[in-house]
Design a binder for this molecule. Structure first.
Ligand SMILES: [Zn+2]
Length: 196
């Protein structure tokens, strides 16, 4: 559908295009809360839709890699952004571990000023809201495998991946639920500061 509508719309309106990627989806739940009731894929999608709503208030064209609870492979997510020539790409995820809490933003390991600036803007804005811990900007992947997250590696525009709190941490979940709109506005504001 995305590819088809790109042909219909053409490039006639020179709007800035931001691609928002809700991590996981469908058969891929992502991380799950300790009580088994909360799926990362759902939190990611809700936030992606909320960020879309905020950006559209500022006349930004937003494309989503998924708009509902469907499974989309990583290659396809990058293709959507690259084919539509998005100006910026922001992936939304939630973290999970036995003891961690707070927000972090990932960029690829290769030095890239635009990625850094995008990630910094978003994290700075989020840090102005109620978050438990600012875990900073991180490069590569949490596995320390010398690699990058797929969507950071294969998208051709400035990109970053937000870990919006830990789904394994009750306080982080509570903060997300209470601040959903503020988080969405913060992410949108960070993005707006990086519009080319
Ligand atoms: Zn994830």
């Amino acid at each position: 559908m995305q590819l088809h509508s790109a042909f219909l719309c053409g490039w006639e309106n020179q709007k800035v295009i931001v691609c928002i990627d809700a991590g996981h989806g469908g058969k891929d739940a992502g991380s799950v809360s300790s009580n088994g009731k909360r799926y990362e894929k759902d939190d990611n999608l809700q936030m992606a839709l909320a960020v879309q709503k905020e950006l559209e208030k500022h006349d930004i064209k937003v494309i989503l890699t998924r708009e509902n609870d469907t499974f989309v492979i990583l290659q396809k997510r990058c293709q959507i952004a690259n084919f539509r020539r998005a100006d910026l790409f922001v992936s939304i995820h939630r973290n999970s571990s036995e003891s961690g809490n707070g927000v972090e933003v990932w960029i690829k390991s290769q030095e890239n000023e635009a990625d850094e600036k995008l990630a910094n803007s978003i994290l700075d804005e989020l840090a102005k809201t109620q978050i438990q811990t600012n875990r900073g900007i991180k490069q590569g992947t949490s596995e320390n495998d010398g690699n990058d997250y797929y969507v950071n590696k294969y998208t051709k525009m400035p990109s970053c991946l937000i870990e919006l709190g830990f789904i394994s941490n009750q306080k982080d979940n509570q903060l997300l639920d209470e601040n959903k709109e503020n988080y969405a506005k913060a992410i949108a504001n960070g993005i707006l500061q990086n519009i080319p």
